[in-house]
Design a protein around this ligand. Structure first.
Ligand code: ADP
Ligand code: F6P
Length: 332
């Protein structure tokens, strides 16, 4: 077991996610409760290289559990992929007496954490991304808030689509992963959910579904399109042209990354923050905190990086069942 850590640094990296503040608060308060010093590192790895390091007290994280965003700011820092910068960052940590680090971000950020671990800084990563695209975990900080934001936005679009008897294509975030599309689409009763994992690119099928729905009396049509599929504006033009139904595209964009975290995001982010500090306190490094089968667990970062997951097959199958139109309905 490596030597007991004395001071912990915490940073947020990559895209922000609602619940990151709850995670920071839990890291700071848990570390203090174990008698450790805590430093906040601002602006991710970029801030670490610039020595943007501030001491955190219990009061520093007061009244933030309910806030979206990250009080530590976040950044992308492509130059952190260079080993010279990783060495420099580890030296900066040592200079400030930081011997343990908590990195909150996505799988790109985890690679940075793993490199720091190789440079002798005990590092634990936490999954902070609205995309849910980290294979080792069933939960990522921010996903729950983001899908609720998307769901509420789609409900609103449904109202205006119904009034105008239109078709609406809603593009949701998720980089290359379709989890936000699948969940927000199911929750809002979307007639069609397109994800890069499953969509063949065949617009004919969408046109056919819209026409079938129109034939049974449906006035509005919601198509949830994942960012990984993209092309919503062009798709809207094609659907309008082919169906004769006015069609609008809405790209929800970064609104999905903001807002007060849901209860689940606050509680799970807090649990993961405490778990991360306890791993460091117990001499662990190069681990990622995860949620699996109802438990908060941890994995080696590189083992986690090898894991693969796809869309939940049952959820996907179920979403089709709920939107298919049997021929007997068409006959009525
Ligand atoms: P996310 O963490 O949300 O997946 P990115 O992929 O943009 O977001 O990664 C965030 C940051 O993590 C990058 O800007 C970079 O600083 C760091 N990072 C990503 N990949 C690596 C890598 N292979 N080695 C070292 N650092 C990395
Ligand atoms: O990873 C989170 C995410 O919001 C993705 O869903 C999206 O593709 C990307 O970040 C957008 O990044 P940026 O903030 O750089 O526009």
């Amino acid at each position: 077991m490596s030597e007991q850590v004395k001071a912990i640094g915490v940073l947020t990296s990559g895209g922000d996610a609602p619940g990151m503040n709850a995670a920071i608060r839990a890291v700071v308060r848990t570390a203090i409760s174990y008698g450790l010093k805590v430093y906040g590192i601002q602006r991710g790895y970029a801030g670490l290289l610039n020595e943007e390091i501030i001491e955190m007290k219990s009061i520093s994280v007061s009244d933030i559990v309910q806030l979206g965003g990250t009080i530590l700011y976040t950044a992308r820092c492509p130059e952190f992929k260079e080993v010279e910068n990783q060495k420099k960052a580890a030296d900066i940590c040592r200079k400030h007496g930081i011997d343990g680090l908590v990195v909150i971000g996505g799988d790109g950020s985890f690679q940075g954490g793993s490199r720091l671990s190789e440079q002798g800084i005990n590092t634990i990563c936490m999954p902070g991304t609205i995309d849910l695209d980290i294979a080792c975990t069933e939960y990522t900080i921010g996903f729950d808030t983001a899908v609720n934001t998307a769901m509420e936005a789609i409900d609103k679009l449904r109202d205006t689509s119904e009034s105008h008897e239109r078709c609406s294509i809603v593009e949701v975030m998720g980089r290359t992963a379709g989890y936000i599309a699948l969940w927000s689409g199911i929750a809002s009763g979307a007639e069609c959910i397109l994800t890069s994992e499953e969509f063949s690119g065949n617009v004919d099928k969408i046109v056919e579904r819209v026409m079938k729905r129109r034939a049974i009396g449906k006035k509005n049509h919601i198509i949830v399109n994942a960012e990984g599929v993209g092309g919503s504006q062009e798709m809207a033009k094609i659907i309008e042209h082919r169906t004769g139904i006015e069609t609008r595209a809405t790209i929800l964009g970064h609104i999905q990354r903001g807002g007060n975290p849901t209860c689940r995001d606050r509680v799970y982010a807090s649990a993961m923050g405490t778990k991360a500090v306890e791993l460091l306190y117990n001499g662990k490094s190069n681990r990622v905190v995860a949620y699996r089968d109802g438990d908060f667990v941890d994995f080696d970062i590189q083992e986690a990086a090898q894991m693969k997951k796809g869309l939940d097959p049952f959820l996907y199958h179920m979403s089709h069942r709920l939107t298919s139109i049997p021929d007997r309905d068409m006959e009525n």
